[in-house]
Design a protein around this ligand. Structure first.
Ligand code: BGC
Length: 468
């Protein structure tokens, strides 16, 4: 590919518009991720009725997507290196289309589980590749905001799925609920086909001329392009290592373990129990009709979106740890109140309203803290030479933990009881806060290089980034 001539160098505003387009298209992956998470709560009651399914079967229909996502996240590390980040996103988009259509026409529960596995592969690939691609193409000064925007897209996707569940519940057709996601998936495919390859990846594959041309379109200004090229070249002198670094270096093992622990605790908040089983929870809270349950679920989705803006606004002002403490406290209060209400019995309108308020409190706590912050921290704490590997492992664990929680929720309800299940999640929220206190570094305003150097020199995890 030829380099750009001076005549074709874009103006600053053209470059900005192009950068925005590229970032938005990649962040659309978050939207599909959210749609697929959100759709199942509305469709499940209809699917269960249609196929006359036991709780176990329902759990598998929900969690098969997570099995696929775990495999997809793991495979994406390799695929996005071999094919490039852009082509890995193209593949994910194709799988989104195939999986959505297949789930819409599935003739048996087993086929539905198969279709959700395919969707899972797509979600897993997208959830690893999109943030990585964004971090590689986004100009440095907006990189943090872009990762939060990706999380925002996830929440918007969940809300959109909840809304479409309502619309489609009037025709009581779960096939449409699942199949309709193929439409945004087609837009996503068209969008990612128009994306350039990641300049960082191109450089790693020794395709410097193409990398320069992509950077030129993204930055417009030749001086910025050169600065970025120098930075990337410097980073490339420290090649990405995975297993070998993990085996040999105990400092790297600490950051990988911290990423894993953070993702496990994000899932142990029980967020997806609400996302997947919200109508069922509202049924427990006394909302008898399916319509009431779906509307209450939409409010959950809306609070999830709005509270995420809170995180975006304050994460760089207050710092990561204070927001996580506040979020854990809010989540634990919400969970505990719901547990207590279910224990005394939710009878009457006031109690029903209180139950919804408790659930919303929990959601707001999650969306302002653990939702975006865990993804941000996981991408910040890995040292440069092991970043791809570290992020792939923590993303994989996010999905495995997601699946474990989803696959056990209905069984937990029937074995330990409704009230105790929610109190148990509240206790886990408190343990999460303790983990943050003892092990999580405050990364606000600290350069990734300093965090990486501190880690590799053996500093305590919670002290990374402190001092000179
Ligand atoms: C989590 C997902 C969750 C979503 C809810 C994400 O950060 O990883 O598991 O469904 O937030 O908004």
């Amino acid at each position: 590919m030829s380099t750009l001539t001076d005549r074709s160098i874009p103006t600053h505003s053209q470059a900005r518009r192009y950068g925005l387009f590229v970032c938005l298209m990649a962040a659309l992956a978050g939207l599909l991720f959210g749609l697929d998470i959100g759709v199942i709560s509305g469709a499940l009651p209809f699917i269960a009725k249609h196929f006359v399914l036991s709780d176990r079967y329902q759990e598998w229909i929900v969690s098969s997507m997570m099995v696929g996502a775990a495999i997809g996240a793991l495979g994406a590390g390799w695929l996005s290196w071999r094919l490039g980040r852009r082509n890995a996103l193209v593949l994910a988009a194709v799988l989104f289309i195939v999986g959505s259509l297949y789930s819409g026409v599935a003739g048996s529960p087993v086929h539905l589980i198969g279709a959700r596995l395919v969707l899972g592969l797509a979600v897993g690939m997208a959830s690893f590749t999109a943030p990585l691609y964004l971090s590689e193409v986004a100009p440095r000064h907006v990189r943090g905001a872009m990762i939060s925007t990706y999380q925002l897209m996830i929440t918007v996707g969940i809300l959109a799925a909840f809304l479409s569940n309502i619309g489609l519940s009037y025709i009581a057709d779960w096939r449409w609920m699942l199949g309709v996601i193929a439409i945004p998936a087609v837009f996503f495919l068209a969008g990612v086909l128009a994306l350039p390859d990641s300049p960082r990846w191109l450089l790693q594959r020794n395709r410097a001329a193409e990398a320069r041309s992509v950077l030129q379109r993204l930055y417009g200004n030749s001086a910025d392009v050169q600065a970025e090229l120098d930075q990337v070249n410097e980073d490339n002198t420290r090649p990405q290592k995975g297993w070998s670094l993990l085996r040999k270096n105990s400092n790297f093992r600490r950051s990988v373990l911290l990423g894993v622990v953070l993702q496990v605790f994000q899932q142990l908040t029980g967020i997806n129990v609400v996302m997947y089983y919200a109508p069922r929870i509202f049924e427990l809270a006394g909302y008898a009709t399916h319509e009431q349950q779906l509307w209450a679920t939409v409010i959950v989705g809306l609070v999830n979106v709005l509270a995420t803006f809170g995180a975006i606004a304050f994460v760089d002002r207050w710092g990561r740890k204070p927001i996580l403490y506040a979020g854990c406290a809010v989540m634990a209060c919400g969970r505990c109140s719901l547990g207590v209400l279910l224990h005394v019995g939710v009878a009457g309108l006031t109690a029903q309203m209180l139950a919804v308020a408790a659930l919303l409190l929990f959601i707001a706590g999650f969306a302002m803290s653990a939702g975006p912050l865990v993804w941000i921290l996981c991408s910040e704490i890995q040292p440069q030479q092991g970043r791809d590997f570290g992020i792939a492992v923590s993303t994989l664990v996010n999905w495995v933990a997601n699946m474990a929680v989803a696959a056990t929720f209905l069984s937990l309800l029937s074995t330990v009881g409704e009230a105790n299940t929610f109190v148990l999640y509240a206790v886990l929220n408190v343990v999460f806060a303790a983990v943050v206190f003892f092990y999580v570094p405050e990364t606000r305003g600290v350069s990734l290089e300093k965090l990486g150097n501190d880690l590799m020199s053996g500093k305590r995890l919670r002290d990374l980034g402190k001092g000179q």
